[in-house]
Design a protein around this ligand. Structure first.
Ligand code: ARG
Ligand code: ZN
Length: 887
């Protein structure tokens, strides 16, 4: 059943207060819910019916309305709804007693916990399960004191005590109104680490992180990150925490990253637990980012929430933007921006071009859980960033201030946010509504020319967005294009824009609002090299007409804008990969080696340009590592029609080998120069150390492509002697892509060393599942029954299946075996966890089968049809599979 945004209607009843009582037992949970109902239907009319959302696994015991118990004939109960009619006028109370079986409320590692967003609360009790019903909650939890010593819910602890029969209780009260998706409960045997934070107005907040006892020594970084996030939000947005207690609980079984429940954030343990020997630099930065993200939701999400689920990007796009800025301020801003753009282009652009393409504010859905997407989150964050690019940081801050002033305590829409930005800055931003309504990535084309006689530089820009499912006609969207012009010596020219009175500057933002537009720079003293879309000022694909290889080499060497500098290298490599692929694909040779040599040589100019970046000791090592990385295959798929993904992989590897062979001395020098980081003791958050590791490990991965026995032996040695997980796993990753005795030894030793650490085992599984030597499927099948893997654990499924999906050689194997394996696995997982299963489909190339060669298209469609025909398929998987089949 499809739900449409246009069908939104206000709720006929509101809930003033919710009283919940949980009697937790091993086999079933008894829930009492007392709702103080408020009429919201206008006083003139008779009370309308009250439809409370529920699920078939709730066993209803009794319903009371205004103190009077109803007979079953007096209410209507279906699988999804409890309907009450003949209700009293004015305020009244509904009391519901029932038993629930672990949906919404579930068990992980022996502990009770909840996940209510988007619509899990209805699995706990009958309720108006929609975000615009905001109420105050009081929660009483009762459980066995020995098995569940810790009892937590939202807000402040009011009361606790022991009961007879070895049981105990706690009562929590949340003074803030909230929608039910922010409700949380945790009961379990957990260890805790405590700290505190003094807010800007002088309030001391107690901070607690709970984990299982064995993990509690590894939460220092999460705690540090939390305190930094609290400080950052005060400094940047003047936003202060609003309660005396903030809790984080880590659980091992969690579908997503984490959840921002009011004052009781629940996290996937992989985003809380960190130590140098078990976590990579990337893990550390993810923990920091996600702890920040969930904390920032307290204002952007909790204090101001969404009117309905179509508005999800209101809180998620904004909060991702905030966590990106937080990480950028704490670490290298340019490198963070580059990483975010990479992610957007390799994953969100693909989603935007596939069968699940949707606007950041979708118009319809079958299962809301399917719309926690890269589009809503990452593209949504880019759209928030557009306001900041246009209004400046101060203007953006003014908009945020007005947003909170107007809407604190409310459930609002994306339009309310845009209006706050507009009104606070006296600007008309109505054209930005198009970004919320239109799916697909705009293509921007720029052609520029210099007129020496007039000393003018004319930039002609046009935009186009391709049709997407359900949207055949697209209009223009407002696109800020940040531009700089470089003189022949690499310095930035002062920019004067014709028709604009502003001071000259070295970067100007051109706002593209039409299908085609022209901008003229005046007083341009020489023919410049343009630096376009600086800092990736809009989420678009940019084509620059007539841009030469020489210009790109020049930009890679000189651009002051780090993003454009990196992008120049990526453009060089993308076009090189495309031309190599095109020639290899046209070659009639039978053997791969011959096709690759037919593809042509790698130009010296490009090798030299990459080599220069690699050897530049002034550059940030993390930037260098990103700049010498080849564009992901995902960036090319879609731009080359009917692509053969295995050939593309082989072409990419050929380029890696060429660069490695020709830059070997430079790579070895870079490794030597940066080796010292390994000796120093690991300092979490030290970006200098991390940068050294990044460049060293990147260089090693290039060298490993040479299959030189000496390099291979060195890598094996590194897996043994590494002093931190970043170095250890990087060395192991270099070994897993091809068959060798060293590979087997290293994997076995790693397993022996880490087999008792579930989080590290996830890495071990992912490396093997994603490895690219031919015929690896049989190993992946074995992994499924390996004791380190558990199909009921979402993280394990992601590590195994999602990693396999990223192996071009094995997932896209020409005989279709990879497709069959994944389809079988999706069906298997769907019976256990439909959210995980649907993520497996949506992350797969199945949703973009049109991009591939005809044989593969056929095989993918067959698998989609097979999944679609399955009896008892979840709505989650059905939605994605059926949309993919429709294309
Ligand atoms: N609000 C959470 C976050 O982004 C994610 C919740 C995801 N829930 C879901 N059913 N997909 O921080
Ligand atoms: Zn979020």
């Amino acid at each position: 059943q499809t739900i449409y945004r246009k069908d939104y209607t206000p709720t006929p009843y509101l809930i003033k207060h919710v009283y919940l009582e949980f009697l937790l037992n091993e086999d079933s949970t008894h829930v009492i819910s007392r709702l103080s109902m408020l009429p919201n239907y206008g006083s003139a009319s008779a009370p309308p019916i009250l439809e409370l959302d529920g699920r078939k696994d709730i066993k209803l015991l009794t319903v009371k309305v205004a103190g009077k118990e109803l007979q079953p004939s007096e209410y209507d109960l279906t699988e999804k709804l409890l309907t009450l009619s003949k209700l009293p006028k004015g305020e009244f109370e509904v009391e519901i007693k029932e038993n629930t079986s672990l949906e919404g409320l579930y068990k992980s590692g022996g502990n009770f916990c909840t996940q209510c967003e988007a619509e899990g609360f209805r699995g706990i009790t009958y309720f108006l399960d929609r975000p615009d019903v905001m109420a105050k909650y009081t929660t009483r939890i009762e459980a066995d004191a020995k098995s569940y010593p810790v009892l937590l819910s939202n807000g402040n602890l009011l009361e606790q005590g022991s009961l007879e029969g070895g049981r105990h209780f706690a009562v929590w009260e949340d003074p803030f109104v909230k929608p039910c998706y922010l409700f949380a409960l945790v009961a379990g045997d957990l260890a805790v680490r405590e700290d505190s934070f003094k807010t800007m107005s002088g309030r001391t907040v107690t901070l607690r992180i709970y984990t299982r006892a064995k993990d509690i020594d590894r939460v220092a970084w999460a705690m540090e990150s939390l305190k930094r996030a609290m400080k950052w939000d005060e400094d940047t947005f003047g936003l202060e925490y609003d309660l005396d207690l903030f809790n984080i609980v880590a659980v091992d079984d969690f579908n997503m990253g984490a959840m921002e429940n009011k004052s009781l954030n629940i996290f996937n343990s992989r985003l809380v637990i960190a130590s140098p020997s078990t976590s990579t630099d990337m893990d550390y930065s993810r923990v920091e980012g996600v702890v920040g993200h969930e904390y920032f939701h307290n204002w952007t999400g909790n204090r101001v929430t969404c009117r309905d689920w179509f508005q999800l990007t209101l809180k998620e796009g904004l909060t991702v933007f905030r966590d990106q800025e937080f990480s950028a301020d704490l670490n290298s801003r340019p490198v963070k921006r580059i990483e975010d753009v990479m992610r957007l282009r390799t994953a969100q652009f693909v989603e935007d071009a596939g069968s699940m393409a949707h606007p950041i504010r979708p118009d319809s859905y079958i299962k809301m859980d399917n719309f926690y997407t890269l589009t809503v989150y990452e593209k949504g964050a880019e759209i928030v960033r557009l306001y900041q690019t246009l209004l400046g940081k101060d203007g953006f801050r003014k908009g945020m201030d007005l947003y909170f002033k107007r809407h604190d305590g409310q459930a609002v829409t994306c339009d309310d946010f845009r209006n706050a930005m507009a009104d606070a800055n006296g600007q008309d931003l109505s054209a930005f509504a198009a970004w919320y309504a239109q799916a697909g990535t705009p293509h921007v084309k720029i052609a520029a020319s210099y007129n020496a006689a007039n000393r003018t530089y004319t930039v002609k820009a046009s935009q186009q967005t391709l049709p997407s499912p359900g949207q055949s006609e697209k209009g223009p969207v407002p696109i800020p294009v940040a531009v700089g012009l470089l003189g022949q010596d690499g310095t930035e020219l002062p920019l004067n824009l014709k028709g604009e009175s502003a001071e000259p500057a070295t970067t100007k933002v051109l706002l593209l609002t039409e299908k085609e537009q022209e901008f003229v720079f005046t007083e341009v003293s020489e023919k410049p090299v343009p630096s376009l879309l600086r800092d990736f000022s809009a989420p678009v694909k940019l084509e620059v007409e007539g841009q030469t290889e020489d210009e790109l080499v020049f930009l890679l060497a000189h651009d002051k804008d780090a993003f454009c500098r990196w992008e120049a290298g990526q453009r060089l490599l993308r076009s090189l990969l495309t031309s190599l692929y095109t020639s290899a694909s046209a070659s009639k040779e039978a053997k791969l080696e011959d096709r690759l040599s037919a593809a042509g040589a790698v130009p010296d100019k490009i090798v030299a340009a990459i080599g220069a970046v690699l050897s530049d000791k002034e550059l940030d090592g993390a930037f260098v590592a990103a700049a010498i990385s080849l564009p992901a295959a995902a960036e090319l798929i879609g731009s080359i029609p009917n692509i053969d993904p295995v050939l593309l992989h082989n072409v990419r590897q050929y380029l890696v080998r060429e660069l490695a062979a020709r830059l070997r001395p430079e790579l070895e020098a870079a490794i030597k120069r940066n080796e010292s980081a390994a000796g120093a003791s690991y300092v979490p958050g030290d970006s200098k150390q991390a940068a050294q590791r990044a460049i060293k490990n990147k260089a090693l991965s290039y060298l490993s492509a040479l299959k030189d026995p000496q390099v291979t032996a060195d890598l094996l040695q590194r897996t043994r002697s590494a002093t931190n997980m970043t170095d250890q796993i990087s060395a192991l990753a270099c070994l897993v892509d091809s068959e060798s005795p060293e590979r087997e030894i290293a994997l076995a030793e790693f397993y022996e060393q880490w087999k008792d650490d579930g989080l590290v085992m996830l890495k071990w599984i992912a490396l093997q599942a994603g490895s690219n030597f031919e015929g690896n499927l049989k190993n992946v099948e074995k992994l499924v029954s390996h004791p380190a893997f558990s199909i009921t654990n979402p993280n394990a499924c992601y590590s195994l299946f999602l990693a396999f999906l990223r192996s071009p050689v094995n997932f896209h194997a020409a005989d279709g075996s990879g497709y069959t394996f994944i389809a079988d696995s999706i069906l298997k997982v769907d019976k256990i966890n439909r959210q995980v299963a649907s993520r497996m489909v949506s992350s797969s190339a199945f949703t973009a089968w049109k991009d591939y060669d005809v044989e593969r298209q056929q095989m993918m469609k067959e698998q989609l049809a097979r999944i679609n025909a399955e009896n008892g398929l979840s709505e989650n998987v059905f939605e994605i599979v059926s949309k993919s089949l429709e294309g």
